[in-house]
Ligand binder design. Structure first.
Ligand SMILES: Nc1nc2c(ncn2[C@@H]2O[C@H](COP(=O)(O)OP(=O)(O)OP(=O)(O)O)[C@@H](O)[C@H]2O)c(=O)[nH]1
Ligand SMILES: [Zn+2]
Length: 187
């Protein structure tokens, strides 16, 4: 893995005062947001980029609420948010919007990915192990509902899974039900 790593910078935010460090992996630039006083077994959120949710406030998913929750928790518990540039479960923004267009026609989130020639989830998590080793972290509490993330993060001891369940709305309820019923999410 050829990874370029930035210097550490301060990032005061609405959710707390953080340190940040960027990790450049090929074309993808990930951001790690963490407490200056990182806990020995930190609570870690591995967040997958969702431009429509994180930046625009889309109600079709729960990403922004999860991101805000994770940042507040990272601040209060001396934890970390690893913001991975895996837009659309790693199919990219343009393909995700095409998947949304198919969902407007009645397909669910899984069927739309398959129709476009992608697997249900195209994400991998090797970079998470790399980043945590870089910070000398060997054990974490992982903030997730996604068993795939728990199983895919290798060489790191996940001592606890911490749920991150947000309120649903009429736009994301079908999506959340597919995650629970067909993708095995612990919702
Ligand atoms: N391809 C595709 N990606 C989506 C869709 N809706 C959200 N995403 C992407 O899914 C990723 C977030 O995944 P989620 O399934 O919400 O959550 P998770 O990260 O798997 O699991 P948690 O850790 O429990 O939150 C982001 O990259 C979103 O851009 C969709 O309908 N199609
Ligand atoms: Zn989203």
């Amino acid at each position: 893995m050829n990874i370029e790593i930035s210097e550490v910078a301060n990032l005061p935010s609405k959710f707390g005062d953080f340190k940040v460090k960027a990790f450049k992996e090929g074309q993808k630039e990930h951001l790690v947001i963490y407490s200056d006083n990182l806990a020995e077994v930190p609570t870690v959120r591995v967040h997958s980029e969702c431009l429509t949710g994180d930046a625009i406030g889309s109600l079709k998913c729960d990403c922004r609420d999860q991101l805000e929750y994770a940042l507040k928790l990272a601040s209060s518990s001396d934890g970390m948010v690893i913001y991975l540039r895996q837009e659309g479960r790693n199919i990219g923004l343009l393909n995700k919007i095409n998947a949304y267009a198919l969902q407007d026609k009645g397909l669910n989130t899984i069927e739309a990915n398959h129709q476009l020639g992608f697997r249900t989830d195209e994400r991998t998590y090797e970079i998470v192990t790399y980043i945590l080793h870089h910070f000398g972290v060997k054990k974490i509490k992982l903030l997730t509902n996604n068993p795939d993330k728990i199983n895919s993060i290798s060489d790191i001891e996940i001592v606890e899974r911490v749920p991150i369940i947000m309120d649903s709305n009429k736009y994301n309820i079908d999506y959340l039900n597919v995650k629970k019923d067909e993708m095995g999410h612990l919702l």
